[in-house]
Design a protein around this ligand. Structure first.
Ligand code: SF4
Length: 257
């Protein structure tokens, strides 16, 4: 994608103040920031945070209960999708129209993790449809990515009634599926969209504004993880689009050359 094309997409998205045209921008070399020393304060400039113990513990604990580990059977994304479709592990099974497993290539470099299906996602069984989905698609294009090149999933696979917040017991019941997806896909970089996915993947309860702007190393595979706002939030708060763009560029810089 040419810079002119990217500018046009960003302008359409309402992002007019992106200033990260440095040599390490999305067309530049990857920054190989060293991991931070545990215990030292983290700044935005550090970019790569020391592997958060909590995130690793969360991933390890989840791994111990993932469908693949427990069954001893070979799990593929297809078989996992079937398990999710039949899942009744929490009360959301009773109110859903469709489960929303996620979609994308089996071995995508990028993995985006949202929060939970909304009304349209529930009806169509697909993640990120509607206006929020269109905005995400535009952002991907601005990064030079087609939507079908990335894997898009949610923390919860079933819609909470009336789009209420996910409940802790629902997140706990469903986390095994997200972990199994990550294990199977092995993305090169992950982006958590919104507070619930950010907290789930970092293993913390901090606010999104505190979590964003740095890079986490997720799980034993040390997958770079960046946290940013959910596109649905940006529809209500378009002034924060520039922050999301900055986060996406940060994620892009974590890809291997
Ligand atoms: Fe199962 Fe997750 Fe749906 Fe709950 S939200 S029924 S755990 S797939």
């Amino acid at each position: 994608m040419s810079e002119m094309d990217r500018d046009a997409i960003l302008k359409e998205m309402g992002i007019t103040q992106w200033v990260l045209r440095d040599p390490n921008g999305i067309d530049g070399p990857v920054i190989a920031s060293p991991p931070e020393i545990p215990g030292e304060p983290v700044t935005q400039q550090d970019e790569v945070e020391a592997s958060p113990v909590s995130a690793e513990v969360a991933a390890t604990e989840q791994a111990e209960s993932s469908p693949g580990e427990n069954s001893g059977q070979i799990v593929t994304l297809g078989s996992l999708r079937s398990q999710v479709a039949d899942c009744t592990a929490c009360d959301l099974a009773g109110s859903r129209t469709h489960t929303v497993f996620g979609e994308g290539p089996d071995q995508a470099d990028w993995m985006f993790v949202g929060e939970a299906p909304g009304q349209q996602e529930d009806l169509q069984g697909k993640p990120f449809v509607g206006r929020a989905g269109s905005l995400l698609t535009q952002m991907l294009l601005a990064l030079g990515l087609k939507r079908e090149q990335v894997f898009i999933a949610n923390t919860l696979k079933c819609r909470p009634p009336n789009n209420r917040d996910p409940q802790p017991q629902e997140l706990k019941a469903c986390e095994q599926y997200l972990l199994a997806q990550i294990e199977l896909i092995q993305p090169k970089v992950m982006v958590a969209l919104g507070r619930f996915s950010a907290q789930a993947l970092t293993g913390t309860e901090q606010s999104l504004s505190r979590l964003r702007g740095r890079v986490y190393q997720y799980g034993p595979a040390q997958i770079p993880l960046v946290v940013t706002y959910h596109p649905a939030y940006l529809l209500r708060q378009p002034a924060d689009k520039g922050k999301v763009w900055s986060d996406l560029l940060l994620a892009h810089r974590q890809l291997p050359v």
